[in-house]
Design a protein around this ligand. Structure first.
Ligand code: SF4
Length: 316
């Protein structure tokens, strides 16, 4: 085995759009390259960042798979392409299904990280009738298992760490790599997502919370009120830190007047239309987590009556 003091990271690009790679390039304070350097992470391969030759890459992969070169962190971006007919030949590497390479790398990696919703839960191209027949690494929508199977554990005894998001927020990857590189435990919550980034909901920290409380609602994008009741905002049922770790440190969808469309959720992209709120008898079908429907309805109607004029008039 080639000795290497630093942590090593291999980034496998699978059935995805590269949006997660583009997103992590926006990491700042520190920037991505300083971040890797500070944590002594050697990026063995990333399709957008690496400059090694075709031959060097092949040689390196041979050594990793043979166990002659250590692989500390395997990051997978995009879902595992199984089409057509389970062959995986819609996504190949050197003429063979890329899913085979993924299987080999996952067996020798200390830690496996699913980067983005497609890698975590299937995401785009993962629904019945989708030709690529994509599936998540260890979860398919709400069902544990995915490509690697529910009993899979990495060499360090860990299940796949899911970092959903379409794209992933750079802070989510930063938080997790920071722990992994320091050999610290990553506490996982629902759907094997790290609590350090995915415990809050998008609703928490939204600047429209007061409008939500008083049911001051919008029908048009770009206005000031809450977008839960008509515009399909999924902030109260979506776990991510978008409103506590702002994008580019300045903004989020809801702050810009666009509803959260739940891109970290296990069933994203939803089969139902975006930007519409499904209702029962005029009230949202999906209420904020843990809320009793009867109490919610009574409370909301009273709250709407009590809404301050400044909110109704959209004044600061
Ligand atoms: S816009 Fe969405 S996230 Fe913001 S308060 Fe309303 S429901 Fe919550």
């Amino acid at each position: 085995m080639k000795t290497q003091k630093n942590k090593t990271l291999y980034w496998l690009q699978s059935g995805g759009c590269s949006g997660d790679s583009m997103s992590i390039l926006n990491l700042n304070s520190p920037d991505l390259f300083s971040f890797f350097s500070m944590l002594s992470i050697d990026v063995l391969w990333h399709p957008s960042l690496s400059t090694i030759t075709y031959t060097e890459h092949d040689q390196m992969l041979e050594e990793i798979v043979a166990g002659e070169r250590k692989l500390d962190i395997l990051c997978v971006e995009g879902n595992v392409v199984m089409g057509p007919d389970g062959s995986g030949m819609f996504d190949t590497f050197r003429g063979k299904p890329k899913k085979d390479l993924l299987q080999q790398l996952a067996q020798v990696a200390d830690v496996v990280v699913a980067v983005g919703t497609c890698a975590s839960f299937g995401g785009f191209g993962s629904y019945e009738g989708d030709d690529i027949a994509g599936i998540g690494l260890q979860q398919h929508h709400n069902t544990q298992g995915g490509f690697l199977g529910k009993d899979f554990h990495s060499k360090k005894g860990l299940q796949v760490i899911n970092l959903p998001g379409c794209p992933i927020h750079p802070k989510a990857l930063e938080s997790v790599l920071n722990l992994v590189a320091r050999n610290l435990p990553v506490e996982l919550g629902a759907n094997n997502t790290p609590k350090c980034y995915y415990a809050p909901t998008v609703h928490q920290g939204c600047t429209r919370n007061e409008h939500h409380e008083y049911k001051v609602e919008e029908n048009m994008f770009g206005e000031e009120g809450c977008m839960f009741f008509h515009l399909g905002c999924k902030g109260p049922t979506t776990h991510a830190s978008c409103n506590t770790h702002l994008w580019n440190d300045v903004n989020s969808k809801t702050r810009a007047g666009v509803p959260c469309f739940g891109c970290t959720n296990t069933t994203f992209p939803h089969p139902s239309p975006f930007f519409e709120t499904p209702t029962i008898a005029g009230t949202p079908l999906h209420l904020p987590e843990g809320v009793d429907r009867a109490y919610y309805l009574a409370y909301k109607d009273m709250a709407a009556e009590a809404a301050p004029q400044r909110l109704k008039k959209r004044e600061e």
